[in-house]
Design a protein around this ligand. Structure first.
Ligand SMILES: *Cc1c(COP(=O)(O)O)cnc(C)c1O
Length: 458
C-alpha cells in the first residue's frame, strides 16, 4: 500500500483520464468528470440537465423509471460517422435493435440514415418511422419465408445472408414473387473481437455468418441462382469493441475474399463492415470514430466499393439515460441495498453482461468524494432474483426519493426490457434543446394481461 492509500483508503485508478476512484468501501464515480465525456448531460447549479432540460423536472413530469434520449446526441454521432467517411461513397445503416423507438428511427431516417434490421418487426418499425426499405439491410440467422416475402415486397436494399439454406429460400421466394433478391453474404472472418463472449460474433464457433473458407464456394453457388442478385459482402464481428485492430483484421480477410471473387468473375457493389464500435460507459477508452476511419479508409478507398456500416450502440448509448427513484434504503450487516424503481426487467445489461454502468445523482452532493458522508450501495431492483442489480458497491450519498440517472442507457436498454414480475415497461422521452416529448407511454398493468384469457374449454 502506498503512503496516500494508508492515509485515506483511496487509490486513483490507473486508467488514463479516469473518472473513478476505487476506495476500500466501494467505487466512486465523479459525476461531473463523467458527464464531461457525455455531451448530452451536464450539471448546472448542481442539478443534472439533458440538453437544456432539468432531469428533476423530467422525472417529476413523466414519472420513473423513464428512459430519456437526447436528439442532438444521436444526430452528432451519426454526423461524426458521415463526416469521417465523407471521402467515400458510404451508407450508415443504424442497427435498429440497439434502440428501436419510432422517434429515434424517425430522427435518423430524416437525416438520411439507412437501417440494419434483424426481423420483420424491425422493418415495419423503420417504415412506420419514415425510413425507406431500399436503404435497409436485413441481417439475422433465422429469416423465415414470410420475413423474406415481406422484405422483398417492400423493396429491401439487401439481405445479409448467413447460410446456404437461407440463400436457397430467398431464391425460391424471389422466384415466386418474380423479383431479383439483392444479397450479400455475411462472412465470418474468424477474428477475436476481444469483447464479452455473449456479444462476440466473429469467431468460428459462433452461430453467425458463413465460414471464411467456404465463402467463395457459396458465392459461386449464389451466382448460379436465377433470382439472386449478388450486390455485396458483409461481416459483423461483435459489439462494444474498444480496439481498432479486430476491425482491420476483419477487413483484411474480407478484402482477400473480394479479390478472390473478382478472379472468379464475381464483382460486388458494396462492402458492409457491420457495427460494433464501443462506447465509453465509465472509464473505457474506445477507439474514436475518427481513429476508426483513419485505420480503415486507405484500405477501403483502394477497393472502390460503396461502404456500409451498421453501428447501433455507438449512435445511441450515450444519448440516453434511465431515470430511476430510490424507493427503499436497506442497510444490512454486510451490504447496503438501495432498492430503486427500475430493475433488471428495465435494464438487463448489468445482469446479463456484467456491464458496469454509471449511476449518478440528479442533485450533486455538497462535496465531491466524501467518504464520511457516503456509503457503498448496491443499486438493485425489486425483482425476486439475486441477479436483479443495476450496479454494485457504488459510493454514493443516498436518501429515499432521490432521483438517479443511469448513463449510457440509450442502447440495449429499453429494447431488451421485459415485463418480468408483471412490471409495465418504462416510458420513453426525447429531449431537444429545451423541448421534451413523451415518445412511448409507460405501459399500464392492465395491458400486460389484456390479451390473456381464463381457461374455459371444459
Ligand atoms: C447488433 C448488430 C449490429 C450493431 O452492433 P453495435 O455493437 O450495436 O454497433 C450491427 N450488425 C449486426 C448484424 C448486428 O447483429
Amino acid at each position: 500500500m502506498s503512503h496516500s492509500e494508508q492515509q485515506t483508503g483511496v487509490t486513483e485508478s490507473t486508467l488514463g483520464e479516469s473518472v473513478t476512484t476505487q476506495t476500500e468501501q466501494g467505487l466512486y464515480i465523479d459525476p461531473q468528470a463523467l458527464t464531461a465525456h457525455l455531451p448530452a448531460l451536464h450539471y448546472r447549479d448542481d442539478a443534472l440537465y439533458m440538453e437544456q432540460v432539468s432531469v428533476a423536472a423530467l422525472a417529476k413530469h413523466y414519472g420513473t423509471p423513464c428512459y430519456v434520449y437526447s436528439k442532438q446526441a444521436i444526430l452528432d454521432v451519426y454526423q461524426a460517422y458521415t463526416d469521417s467517411f465523407a471521402s467515400l461513397t458510404h451508407q450508415v445503416c443504424y442497427a435498429v435493435k440497439a434502440n428501436s423507438n419510432l422517434a429515434v428511427l424517425g430522427v435518423l431516417a430524416q437525416t438520411g440514415a439507412g437501417f440494419d434490421i434483424v426481423s420483420r418487426g424491425e422493418l415495419m418499425r423503420v417504415l412506420a418511422a419514415g425510413g425507406h426499405a431500399s436503404k435497409v439491410v436485413f441481417s439475422g440467422v433465422g429469416k423465415t419465408k414470410s420475413d423474406i416475402e415481406y422484405a422483398l415486397t417492400q423493396g429491401i436494399g439487401c439481405f445479409n445472408v448467413e447460410s446456404i439454406s437461407e440463400l436457397t429460400l430467398i431464391n425460391e421466394v424471389a422466384q415466386q414473387l418474380d423479383k431479383a433478391a439483392p444479397i450479400s453474404l455475411r462472412v465470418n472472418p474468424d477474428v477475436d473481437a476481444k469483447t464479452h463472449p455473449y456479444i462476440s460474433t466473429g469467431l468460428k464457433d459462433n452461430k453467425f455468418g458463413i465460414a471464411h473458407e467456404d465463402a467463395v464456394a457459396v458465392y459461386q453457388q449464389a451466382a448460379e441462382l436465377s433470382h439472386i442478385d449478388i450486390v455485396g459482402i458483409d461481416c459483423h464481428i461483435g459489439s462494444q469493441l474498444t480496439e481498432v485492430a479486430p476491425f482491420v483484421a476483419a477487413l483484411d480477410k474480407v478484402i482477400e475474399l473480394i479479390h478472390k471473387l473478382n478472379d472468379k468473375g464475381i464483382t460486388l457493389q458494396h462492402v458492409d463492415l457491420g457495427g460494433g464500435l464501443g462506447v465509453r460507459y465509465i472509464d473505457e477508452s474506445p477507439v474514436t470514430i475518427d481513429e476508426f476511419a483513419a485505420a480503415l479508409l486507405p484500405k477501403l478507398s483502394a477497393l472502390g466499393l460503396t461502404v456500409f456500416f451498421e453501428p447501433g450502440r455507438s449512435i445511441v448509448a450515450n444519448a440516453g439515460v434511465l431515470l430511476t427513484k430510490v424507493d427503499v434504503l436497506k442497510p444490512t450487516e454486510h451490504k447496503n441495498f438501495a432498492i430503486v424503481d427500475a430493475a433488471m426487467n428495465d435494464l438487463i445489461r448489468p445482469a446479463l453482461y456484467q456491464a458496469e454502468m454509471a449511476v449518478i445523482p440528479e442533485t450533486l452532493p455538497n462535496k465531491g468524494l466524501d467518504t464520511d458522508a457516503m456509503q457503498p450501495w448496491d443499486i438493485v431492483g425489486a425483482i425476486c432474483e439475486t441477479g436483479d442489480f443495476l450496479a454494485k458497491d457504488r459510493l454514493l450519498s443516498l436518501a429515499t426519493d432521490d432521483v438517479l440517472a443511469i448513463t449510457g442507457a440509450g442502447a440495449y436498454g429499453f429494447t431488451m426490457s421485459s415485463n418480468y414480475n408483471s412490471r409495465p415497461r418504462a416510458s420513453e422521452v426525447m429531449v431537444s434543446g429545451d423541448l421534451h416529448q413523451l415518445i412511448r407511454k409507460r405501459e399500464t398493468i392492465e395491458a400486460l394481461y389484456a390479451d390473456e384469457t381464463l381457461w374455459q374449454a371444459d
